[in-house]
Design a protein around this ligand. Structure first.
Ligand code: MGD
Ligand code: MGD
Ligand code: SF4
Ligand code: MO
Length: 910
């Protein structure tokens, strides 16, 4: 696999640091934590996978490969701003310190809060946590990991006595059965998925079972897909526990020596007979038995789970229902087996380690434990330790809304787009006395609510560490100078801490100083009772930190190289050293009602990252999906008179969204799926979290983001539009007034936009001119607009030229505009002789520019039509498609989608 990014990006001269070297760093996206080699020449940067990094061994996915597209100044926040006025850092931090101090003096420490993120580095996180919990004296620091990993943390703690991930990535290659539940690994942890596929290719006996209500790209290579009813996971795994018990699956020696509570758990699972499980999960009994038999007969089993498990009102119980099955069979701590919660963000794990959650202390210690509190207080010589757990994310924003929390500092997260009941979150921030937002991007939905905006150094501009899903600590290294006055996140906290009077405790000069302190705290009075031990790193110096190789904790005097697997000795971190079976509580109520009958499932797509503040800057990554959509089953669509590509109105008790309909039999009846990515930066009404209720798991506080309730209706559009436009100012390009629906995406040299309106334009030329405005304004005299109108059919097409170059095209119709998007995007900026210009208005690709269809392979820029063409010419395997078109031959993230385009009988192996 070559895996080298095409198109190294040219950087502006002020931005490039010392040329000519190679930096080893870590990808800032998902929790796989891939090693990246960054190569710099005098004026360009390129990235490739680090062949020596044990997470990826040289592989990168489409997002990792496009990292260079996200560098540069476009949309960057460059200076501190107070109410949109540029100020100095000194002034900004003065105001923050003063305001925090006066609010604390008047209302106590719990009247202030931090809301941080699994995307800051361990060092940033450690400092934030120390400041809030040891100096301000409140535990009101929570993180977006509450929306992501909290249920896994609760599950781990209940079962193992600590938040410890037992296994490692190699287990996936050593397993004979991999169960992927609530995980779209092919899109969300693509390099791990590729590692699994490579192992399966070598050893076809390796079986994959996917449990997901939707048929996702991850299912394409699975041996069995269980499309379970939403929210029936506990029933499925309780049934499995019962089945294993009845069929001789118990490991009695392990249960006796290493576990607590097996009998009670088995007793509680008894009612989960096959018939009962089939009822609850709406699966065929045969499929359930097939899964249970595979699990029963395969000792080397890994169960991988992610948000389809965690983001539920019974998320913690789902986690424990899975772990119970591994405890019953004694499948934990040995190669090729174990429950495996894969983390989402690059440093979700690091944040848990330094105590980023409101109910934790640093270094995996408990806020509720007086011994731990005392230990940490002495280590920090902290003047005012938090005494009780702080507010969890949903409660925190409620407290802001209620005026109880009066100042909040938000860092590296975009809650106005990513929190449930997001309109209320925005309302809360609007009411809050002081909202500080530290971000790299100037235009986020949350930044729009800030009183003070602080510019942060971004990936590549800062030093620190992250911990991936397998407990592996890797360095992120700086290779670029931060633009403008952007500053490290940890330094921002330190600057304010100093001004609040705690200079001595926050006098770090570099990230290495913070890391050393953190490692020392992990080692401090740790006789082995605490899982997280970094004592081998507690004296690390600057050089050692610079050279730190990826390592899996614990790393201590006795375990200098780190440890791939925990619990090999059968000892856990509970009081008696045994792991605990947990009995799940009764299942939570469904949210759907007759008014809002659809289960609203939300999640991710392959090429975008969360609220798109970074991936949305990449033209390459914006072509896979260029607008918000909702997946709906053909039967439901027909019943609601919704055709594929119609605009639909999705509403709930809390808000509404407009998105494109994607009618697909991969979706179950009664449920819909929408991506979480679109914000007001990219769409008129794509912010799906405005609709999601803030229902949480009572134990973990994690919101049930996969099972909202919604009503779906066809949006009666009077007209639809599609356009491309040459512009450098993506954010400044405003869509025509009256466009109820719009979504814009970056393309090479400008943007593309999809539009729809309920209003019938009297003057259609007006809409086109409004769309072309950025071009018309700059080139008032030279711009030439040509047009084609068929009033009877309601088809209108416009193109604007400067000289012979196409600067924009705008297509309007009564029905969704049927022209090739990839073709239109590629026309932008091309030159046309006068007689050729009508070809643009014809809206059809000519022979010289065939219609690629929707782009499937982002790396090699291959569209669905090209793949279909290759299939028609006899390419019936992934290998042949790859040889003929190049599709799927680079990062491999698209292989599932290519396989879907092959005939059923095709040879799936590469
Ligand atoms: N491309 C991309 N990759 C990412 C991210 C990204 O934004 N983009 N984000 C990263 C982050 S922070 C995270 S947390 C991870 C998330 O990674 P994943 O958890 O794999 O991703 P999601 O799409 O949120 O949800 C996974 C699946 O859960 C299924 N699901 C819904 N309801 C249920 C249910 O009741 N039971 C079961 N068993 N399944 C259900 C959904 O249909 C969905 O396919 O991805 C990480 N990787
Ligand atoms: N409906 C629904 N909602 C969800 C989910 C879902 O599945 N469905 N998933 C949830 C999950 S698992 C997650 S993890 C969250 C993610 O949600 P968010 O964390 O809100 O999403 P991001 O877009 O990753 O936001 C990161 C922000 O940090 C900025 N940033 C990037 N790098 C840096 C940096 O180095 N320093 C600073 N200061 N800022 C930086 C980015 O510009 C961006 O604004 O969403 C949650 N919300
Ligand atoms: S799988 Fe992709 S997004 Fe995740 S760390 Fe690796 S390259 Fe980055
Ligand atoms: Mo996440």
């Amino acid at each position: 696999m070559s895996n080298v990014a095409r198109n190294p990006v040219a950087l502006d001269a002020t931005y490039a640091a010392t040329p000519g070297d190679v930096t080893r760093t870590t990808c800032p996206y998902c929790g796989v934590g891939c090693g990246v080699l960054v190569k710099k020449t005098a004026d360009a940067v390129s990235v490739e996978g680090d062949p020596d990094h044990p997470a990826n061994f040289g592989r990168l996915c489409s997002k990792g490969l496009a990292l260079v597209d996200t560098l540069g100044r476009d949309n960057r926040l460059l200076y501190p701003l107070i109410k949109d006025e540029r100020v100095s850092w000194d002034r900004a931090t003065d105001v923050i310190a003063d305001k925090f101090r006066s609010i604390i003096a008047e209302h106590g420490p719990d009247a202030v809060a931090f809301y941080v993120s699994g995307q800051i580095l361990t060092e940033d996180y450690y400092v934030a946590n120390k400041l809030m919990k040891g100096f301000i004296g409140s535990a009101n620091i929570d993180t977006n990991s509450r929306l992501c990993m909290a249920s896994s943390v609760t599950g781990h703690k209940r079962a193992f006595g600590a938040d410890s991930v037992p296994g490692c990535y190699e287990d996936l290659e050593l397993a004979d059965l991999i169960v992927l539940t609530g995980s779209n690994l092919a899109w969300c942890h693509p390099v791990l998925y590729q590692r699994i596929l490579a192992a399966k290719e070598k050893r076809p006996g390796l079986k994959i079972v996917v449990i997901d209500p939707r048929k996702t790209a991850t299912c394409e290579f699975a041996d069995l897909h269980l499309a379970i009813a939403p929210d029936s996971d506990v029933a499925l795994f309780q049934g499995l526990l019962n089945y294993l018990d009845k069929r001789g699956g118990r490991n009695d020696i392990f249960i006796r020596n290493h576990t607590n509570g097996a009998d009670t758990a088995l007793n509680a699972a008894k009612t989960h007979t096959l018939g009962c499980v089939a009822d609850e999960t709406e699966l065929h009994e045969g499929d359930i038995i097939a899964f249970y038999e595979l699990f029963l007969s395969t000792r080397k089993t890994v169960t991988v789970y992610s948000q389809g498990v965690n983001q539920a009102a019974d998320g913690s119980d789902r986690v424990n229902a899975i772990i119970n099955c591994h405890l019953l069979t004694g499948r934990i701590g040995e190669p090729g087996m174990g429950p495996f919660s894969v983390t989402g963000q690059p440093n979700a794990m690091g944040g848990r380690e330094v105590g980023g959650l409101a109910n934790q202390l640093a270094s995996h210690m408990e806020l509720g434990d007086p011994v731990h509190r005392d230990l940490v207080q002495r280590f920090w010589t902290a003047p005012r330790m938090a005494e009780k757990p702080g507010l969890k994310a949903v409660d925190l924003f409620e407290a802001i809304h209620a005026g109880k929390v009066k100042a909040v500092w938000i860092m590296a997260t975009n809650p106005v787009a990513s929190m449930p009941n997001a309109d209320r979150v925005r309302e809360a921030l609007k009411k809050c006395e002081l909202v500080v937002v530290s971000d790299v991007n100037a235009n986020t939905d949350t930044a729009a609510c800030a009183d003070i905006l602080l510019p942060s150094a971004s990936w590549g501009e800062k030093n620190g560490t992250v911990t991936n899903s397998e407990r592996r600590i890797s360095r992120q290294r700086r290779f670029l100078k931060a633009p403008g006055e952007a500053r490290d996140d940890w330094r921002q906290f330190c600057d304010v801490a100093v001004k609040m009077g705690w200079g001595e405790a926050f006098s770090y000069e570099a990230a290495a100083d913070i890391f050393r302190e953190y490692a020392s705290l992990c080692a401090f009075e740790n006789d082995g009772a605490r899982d997280l031990n970094l004592s081998a790193l507690k004296d690390i110096d600057a050089q050692g930190y610079d050279a730190l190789a990826p390592v899996q904790w614990p790393v201590s005097e006795n375990i200098v190289k780190g440890k791939a697997r925990l619990f090999a000795d059968g000892r856990f971190f509970t009081q008696n050293g045994k792991a605990s079976f947990i009995v799940p509580a009764a299942s939570p109520d469904k949210q759907t009602t007759p008014d809002f009958p659809f289960v609203l499932n939300t999640g991710r797509i392959r090429d975008h990252w969360h609220t798109m503040t970074r991936t949305g800057r990449s033209a390459r990554l914006s072509q896979h999906f260029a607008e918000p959509f909702i997946e709906i089953s053909p039967r439901d669509a027909e019943r609601l008179r919704i055709k594929d590509a119609d605009i639909v109105r999705v509403s709930s008790l809390y808000g509404l969204a407009l998105t494109r309909a994607l009618v697909t039999d991969r979706q179950r009846d009664g449920s819909v799926f929408a991506p979480m990515h679109w914000t007001e930066e990219f769409s008129s009404k794509g912010r799906i979290d405005a609709l999601v209720a803030a229902v949480t798991d009572p134990l973990s506080g994690q919101p049930a983001l996969k099972s909202g309730a919604a009503r779906i209706e066809r949006f009666d559009a009077a007209w639809h539009g599609f356009g491309v436009l040459a512009t450098r100012d993506f954010s400044g390009a405003v869509m025509p007034a009256g466009a109820d629906y719009w979504a814009k995406a970056r393309i090479e040299g400008g943007l593309r936009a999809e539009l729809a309106s309920a209003m019938d334009y009297k003057n259609i030329r007006f809409a086109a001119d409004a769309f072309f405005e950025p071009v018309l304004e700059r080139h008032a005299t030279e711009a030439q607009v040509i047009q084609y109108c068929d009033r009877r059919r309601g088809v209108h097409r416009f193109a604007v030229f400067i000289g012979d170059r196409l600067k924009g095209a705008f297509f309007m119709a009564k029905t969704p505009v049927e022209i090739s998007r990839s073709w239109a995007c590629e026309l932008l900026g091309r030159s046309f002789a006068p007689q050729e210009r009508v070809a643009v208005l014809a809206g059809r690709p000519g022979d010289d520019a065939p219609d690629r269809g929707a782009i499937v392979c982002t790396c090699m820029n291959v569209g669905a039509n090209e793949i279909a063409g290759a299939v028609a010419k006899g390419c019936t395997s992934l290998a042949k498609i790859g040889a003929a078109t190049g599709a799927g031959t680079n990062c491999g993230s698209c292989r599932g989608e290519i396989k879907r385009l092959l005939p059923e009988t095709a040879d799936a192996q590469t």
